[in-house]
Write a protein that binds this ligand. Structure first.
Ligand code: CU
Length: 159
């Protein structure tokens, strides 16, 4: 018996409400469009985790504008904590922010920068979606529906 529809609908409603309440956010300024980053998220996925307490996630944030920004935090309904890591010389390092260059991209991918979902509240299963909230230094927050793929998913082959 599957009951996926109910929690998803409830979550969508909660997200819509949170969006309505965000009007006095410190991120909103009266600056001109040219000075604001234009961010969009693509290629997001989470390989189905092997363990029940930790999962990795990957995505690309593109910036169409001439203003740079910074990813400052990531949160998710399924994790008590989401940390951001870079991989330097094969060793991973936790970071508190990642730069998003003007007219550039910030890429999280297998073997490189990655998100780590810790203190999982439930184990993500292939076919499900995980909701993330990305917070930036200047731009307003973005909500991402990240699909859970197979444990061995490879974005370049699509399976
Ligand atoms: Cu890591």
């Amino acid at each position: 018996m599957r009951r996926a529809a109910l929690p998803v609908a409830a979550l969508a409603a909660a997200t819509a409400l949170a969006g309505c309440g965000s009007s006095g956010s410190p991120g909103s300024t009266d600056s001109a469009d040219a000075s604001k980053a234009e961010l969009s998220v693509s290629a997001s996925y989470m390989p189905q985790p092997v363990s029940a307490d930790m999962a990795a996630g990957f995505l690309t944030i593109a910036n169409k504008s001439g203003a740079k920004d910074e990813l400052t935090s990531v949160t998710s309904d399924i994790a008590g904590q989401v940390t951001m890591h870079s991989t330097v010389g094969g060793a991973m390092e936790e970071k508190t922010s990642f730069a998003i260059p003007a007219h550039g991209r910030l890429v999280f991918k297998s073997g490189g920068n990655h998100l780590m979902f810790e203190k999982l509240r439930r184990k993500p299963e292939q076919g499900q979606k995980v909701t993330l909230k990305l917070t930036f230094a200047k731009s307003g927050p973005l909500t991402v529906e990240m699909p859970v793929r197979s444990a061995t998913y490879n974005p370049s082959t699509g399976h």
